[in-house]
Design a binder for this molecule. Structure first.
Ligand code: NAD
Ligand code: DAU
Length: 342
């Protein structure tokens, strides 16, 4: 029986990964370590808590003593690190927790792996470590050997963590892998991020704040496809390697916002262009050929299907109750982030 320790398993992607494991690897024990920051709603993990193969620790990954105790207790043989401060705009206004959680937290986890021994440490990273691509060069893509060239405190903290992970592989021989993924969307995403925030606002006939001209491009991937990619890296990936995971699905922000309005039957007059993000990355575009060739991984959810499923979930009884709670949790941030943008 595998015991897999998942950090950040109460967040958007980590929770989807736990759900996937409990469904498709029922013989595995899943241990979720999450400190439940503002970005986690306890209701996200309500169903998993009833599963006998699932255990939850409300613990900060920066707390070395507590993390070592969990390793002694659970003896995981696989660790997947999702826990992070993940919102670019927050990192611009207040970088410190990004540096401590995303870099020091990674160090503490890998030290625990060295001390207690594991078969695999996997780092969940992002395409943002490569910086951005120009809008007028659609022929360019991020490959695994594209130089790291970050823009925001968030992406810099993630790139730093990636370098540390590769250093632990080379220096200590820790069996690591890294996946770098593009923008995820789907159920249970905290409404500070574009898609859930815009669904909420459109549904409540509020203005939809689009940064700058709205021409920045992201490569959108359905969250469950990302999680299947991580599982494929764990089961088929080579240690010491980086794998890019992307959706082959580039869209600009105005397209996304208009699509949400049209699905909800709301007018485009709700769009409001506001002041741009500082250092705003122009275009992300992943080349996932390596993951496809070595792992046989490919995204299976088209954007057409994924966006409909996502909107349906946020409008459902369960999804809308979850979204309302998160919006209440997020009020202070929304005022802080948007007050000077008009
Ligand atoms: P999220 O913000 O929804 O969730 C992060 C989770 O980590 C939360 O549950 C939070 O409580 C927990 N956490 C934060 N700090 C912690 C700490 N110090 N100790 C323990 N737990 C802590 O983030 P997400 O969107 O699910 O992203 C998960 C990971 O995937 C991150 O590492 C992120 O960089 C990466 N990623 C995200 C995307 C995306 O589009 N969302 C794309 C590529 C990579
Ligand atoms: O590419 C992967 C990254 O994707 C992850 O590493 C990050 O954790 C994740 O947050 C995401 O980063 P982005 O900055 O791309 O996501 P966000 O949802 O914040 O913004 C998406 C785009 O929409 C971006 O170009 C900024 C724009 N935007 C965002 C918000 C919240 C707006 O125009 N208006 C908004 O109100």
């Amino acid at each position: 029986m595998e015991t897999i320790l998942v950090t950040g398993g109460a967040g958007f992607i980590g929770n989807c990964f736990c759900k996937l494991l409990l469904k498709e690897r029922p013989e595995w024990k899943v241990v979720n370590v999450d400190s439940l920051t503002y970005a986690a709603n306890p209701n996200t993990i309500k169903e998993e808590l009833n599963n006998p193969n699932y255990k939850f620790y409300k613990t900060d990954i920066r707390d070395r003593e507590a993390i070592y105790k969990i390793f002694e207790e659970e003896k995981p043989n696989i660790v997947v690190n999702f826990a992070a401060e993940s919102h670019v705009d927050r990192s611009i206004l207040d970088p410190e927790s990004f540096l401590t959680t995303n870099i020091i937290g990674t160090e503490v986890l890998m030290d625990a792996c060295r001390k207690y021994g594991i078969e695999r440490y996997h780092q969940v990273s992002t395409d943002e470590v490569y910086g951005d691509l120009p809008l007028d060069r659609p022929d360019l893509f991020f490959h695994e050997d594209t130089p790291l060239h970050t823009s925001s405190p968030y992406s810099t903290s993630k790139a730093s963590a990636d370098l540390l992970v590769l250093a632990y592989f080379r220096t200590y021989g820790l069996p690591v892998t890294i996946s770098r993924c593009s923008n995820n969307y789907g159920p249970y995403q905290f409404p500070e991020k574009l898609i859930p925030l815009m669904i909420y606002k459109a549904n409540h006939d509020q203005k939809l704040p689009v940064y700058g001209e709205g021409i920045n491009i992201r490569d959108w991937l359905y969250v469950e496809d990302h999680c299947r990619g991580i599982l494929a890296v764990l089961e088929k990936g080579r240690v010491g390697e980086v794998y890019n995971l992307g959706g082959h699905n580039e869209r600009n922000n105005l397209y996304i916002v208009k699509r949400i309005l049209s699905e909800l039957n709301k007018p485009e007059s709700l769009i409001e262009h506001v002041a741009d993000r500082h250092g705003h990355d122009q275009r992300y575009a992943i080349d996932p050929a390596k993951a496809n060739k070595e792992l046989g991984w490919d995204p299976i959810t088209t954007f057409e299907v994924g966006i409909k499923k996502t909107i349906e979930w946020y409008l459902s009884d369960k999804g809308s109750a979850w979204l309302d709670e998160c919006m209440k949790q997020n009020q202070e941030w929304l005022v802080k982030n948007y007050k000077n943008r008009k």
